[in-house]
Ligand binder design. Structure first.
Ligand code: SF4
Length: 429
């Protein structure tokens, strides 16, 4: 059977135009997806049932037994952390908040190790943004700053920017200019009209120089800024001012290098500066398919987008203190529930070493690096494949993801609801 307009559960582009052929409970062909999306849809490298560690061995267990053991671990903990949430649907994220509040724990998403600084900057100065549909139909100038879409978001250029025909941009390759700013030449830089190769750590200075030039103060800019010549900076500033509609997309090269949120604030202020001359927007390139959704859901429910600590009985948010890396670095956390994430593959070594010392429960369909340090792993079905759910695209547009096969595996919402109910019951509530 051919199912059309399926949403891809891999990156923040949430491409919703996949054609998928299914046979029984198997996906046998995927059209329109990139290789990352295709391998996610057809890959069968998934756990079939929950597993628990018994000494040095793994043994199979049932969902009910696994949920009972997970509930006991969380009930016994003084400082539990519920981490991950970026590769699961919004309904499960909301249950995560309820569970964190119930046990007085901390809930944090992968935002704190990717675009957390972007959110801090947006909280300071706002965010001139728009949907990807507007970019596709209107933007005649695109800037990719410290991001490499060809690798990380392979269809971003073909669906929305470089190669995408839009209502007011009929001949994309001719009518639309692309600028790439990065510390190294990437494949994305190879297809750009202009490439600014900056020295590592030079983003803040280059942004500041561009702001000065756009303000008409090229005279205060030195001949070279972080490896970029003033001549090239003036050329780029003129390209930006001459555009009818410009869009800046930035990645972790801006948020996770020296300057962090101050880099992003500077980029937003450059966007504001350009809006004195033309229309310009700026948007983060969100990585995991529903990391944006975690920020939305957490904010509706608590007022804060990530790193929310319920240990005081109310929601408290202080990135740098309540963020998962900081809690693990201080050795505070004594139990961790990981949902749809792989911290052992991405966290600093000292944090992974601490996780290896405490009970870790993982709700995730795939064996991964965190499997090696967890006590218990409970596989859930995947939204867009064998579960339905709501996710937010990187531009904040909510998209409903349908279930296209039936594997009989419970979804994350069902697993978390049972866990929540069991914890309440054990507390006599
Ligand atoms: S660009 Fe992202 S969402 Fe689109 S098909 Fe590729 S991995 Fe999936």
């Amino acid at each position: 059977m051919l199912i059309k307009d399926v949403v891809c559960p891999f990156c923040g582009c949430l491409c919703d135009d996949l054609d998928v052929e299914v046979e029984g409970d198997r996906i046998i062909r995927v059209d329109n997806a990139c290789t990352l999306g295709s391998s996610t849809m057809v890959g069968d490298h998934r756990l079939k049932n929950p597993i628990r560690r018994n000494g040095t061995r793994w043994e199979d267990t049932t969902y009910d037994a696994a949920i009972e053991e997970a509930a006991q671990i969380l009930l016994d903990a003084d400082r539990p952390v519920l981490y991950g949430w970026s590769s699961t649907h919004g309904e499960a994220q909301s249950l995560g908040v309820h569970l964190a509040e119930l046990i007085g724990g901390v809930i944090d998403s992968t935002t704190s190790v990717c675009h957390g600084p972007s959110i801090l900057a947006i909280q300071e100065v706002g965010h001139p943004g728009c949907t990807l549909g507007q970019v596709k139909n209107r933007a005649d100038l695109i800037i990719y700053w410290a991001s490499n879409p060809i690798d990380a978001h392979p269809r971003h250029m073909s669906r929305y920017t470089t190669y995408a025909t839009g209502f007011f941009v009929q001949d994309a390759q001719h009518d639309r200019k692309v600028i790439v700013v990065d510390t190294r030449r990437t494949q994305s830089a190879d297809v750009a009209d202009e490439f600014l190769k900056i020295k590592p750590g030079g983003d803040y200075a280059v942004l500041l120089a561009l702001r000065a030039i756009v303000r008409g103060r090229a005279d205060v800019v030195p001949a070279e800024v972080a490896g970029v010549s003033r001549v090239q900076l003036i050329r780029v500033a003129e390209m930006c001012k001459a555009a009818k509609f410009g869009a800046i997309f930035f990645g972790l090269g801006l948020t996770m290098t020296a300057g962090k949120n101050k880099n992003v604030r500077n980029a937003i202020e450059l966007t504001d500066e350009l809006n004195r001359h033309t229309k310009f927007i700026i948007s983060p390139m969100r990585g995991h398919w529903n990391v944006y959704g975690s920020n939305e859901v957490f904010t509706w429910m608590t007022g804060y987008p990530y790193a929310i600590d319920f240990s005081r009985g109310i929601a408290f948010y202080n990135p740098g203190e309540t963020t998962v890396i900081d809690i693990l670095s201080r050795g505070e956390c004594d139990a961790c529930l990981v949902v749809a994430s792989d911290p052992a593959a991405h966290f600093p070594r000292s944090c992974v070493e601490h996780l290896a010392k405490i009970p870790v429960i993982q709700i995730d369909p795939h064996p991964n690096a965190t499997t090696h340090i967890c006590r218990l792993q409970i596989p859930g079905s995947v939204a867009g494949i064998d579960a339905a759910g709501t996710a937010y695209r990187m531009d904040g547009v909510p998209i409903r993801m349908k279930s296209i096969i039936n594997t009989g595996i419970p979804n994350d919402t069902e697993i978390l609801q049972k866990l929540y109910n069991r914890v309440r019951e054990a507390r006599g509530e």
